[in-house]
Design a protein around this ligand. Sequence first.
Ligand SMILES: [Cu+2]
Length: 405
Amino acid sequence: MPGNLKSPVAESGPEPKVVPDGERQSSFKRPSVNAVYQTLVRPLVKSVGQRFMRSHRPSGISRRGMLRGSALGAAGLAGAASVVAVGGRDGASAKASANELKLDVPGYTDIDDFDHSHETAGTVGEVDTTAFDPMVFLESFDYGRQSKLSDGRTLREYEIIAVDKDIEIAPGVFFPAWTYNGQVPGPTIRATAGDVVRIRFNNAGSHPHSIHFHGIHPTNMDGVFEIVKPGNEFTYEFEAQPWGLHLYHCHAVPLKRHIHKGLYGTFIIDPPQGRPPAREMVMVMNGFSTEFNGENTFYAVNTVAFHHVKHPIPVRVGELQRIYLTNLTEFDLINSFHLHADMFRVYRTGTIMDHYELTDTVMLCQGERHILEFTLPAPGMYMFHAHQSEFAELGWMGFFKGVED
Ligand SMILES: [Cu+2]
């Protein structure tokens, strides 16, 4: 059901307990912060958070703040299967909640005393992966239909159709997307430098669209001047140059709307000599504003929030891993990738191979993309996430699970 994030929650939490005066005066002992939090604040914030969702949003507190503030009671934000943005509670909303209910806890004068839930971020439930499986997408490359041209070059032909489609971005949370081939991100198009790429683009969506490729090509194949109206089609054809990591996206205006709605994908051009053998993955950093107010409520790599927290990516210890990392996040100026307990090599735009930077954190503007390479030294769980903590707590995090053969 689209838009069910906005559905209010019917269930209400328990009423806050009040400590009787008598008890307070006799042998008062300051309870632990955690005990107070668990018995008083947790149910209270749940109850108030839900009440706020039903009635109003306090001034100065954003939807994102509310999501985090009410995460404790999250079970029901989106109905049966719901969003739980646990762990990043918003101090402002917690404070407002407590003040409204006139919280009276002996030994505490400020709600900030409890404002640390220390829980792990995540969602409740599972998305339906029959429609789009991030684990499959991660290692899917579309090499097109191949044939030889008379001049000896390889021709790769692709069909891309723009369609409107509701996609599941977190369990039970659907986003009314505009897609290439019914998925967000669109297929990862892959060719070798010097190949001829021919993409027949059909617009079966409700708005005018195009495909703008990054890289080198004739200007009349740039996807800027040839906007394709619904029901029409256009064929892009150019030689794949230069080798490196590129991307594609719709270039109809307003651009930020067409990109945010989901019209983007990765475009890999391999060097003719290839790259060293490696296990390869595609990660598209993206975000979704479920309120369409220019503020993302969910972040992810490859669309589904927290997916690789629940489904860690298996990695063989000692095997070279190569990530094609692109940033198509709209509304936020930058995004980033951070790996725990190891370091990776960064090849900027993938257009060089003879030098790299060794780091554990890399920052990308929208449209930037880098190739990352690393090898896990030992078994274990290696976290990766945006190093904007807020993005991580709203979905952009995951794990590599290092395993021995
Ligand atoms: Cu478009």
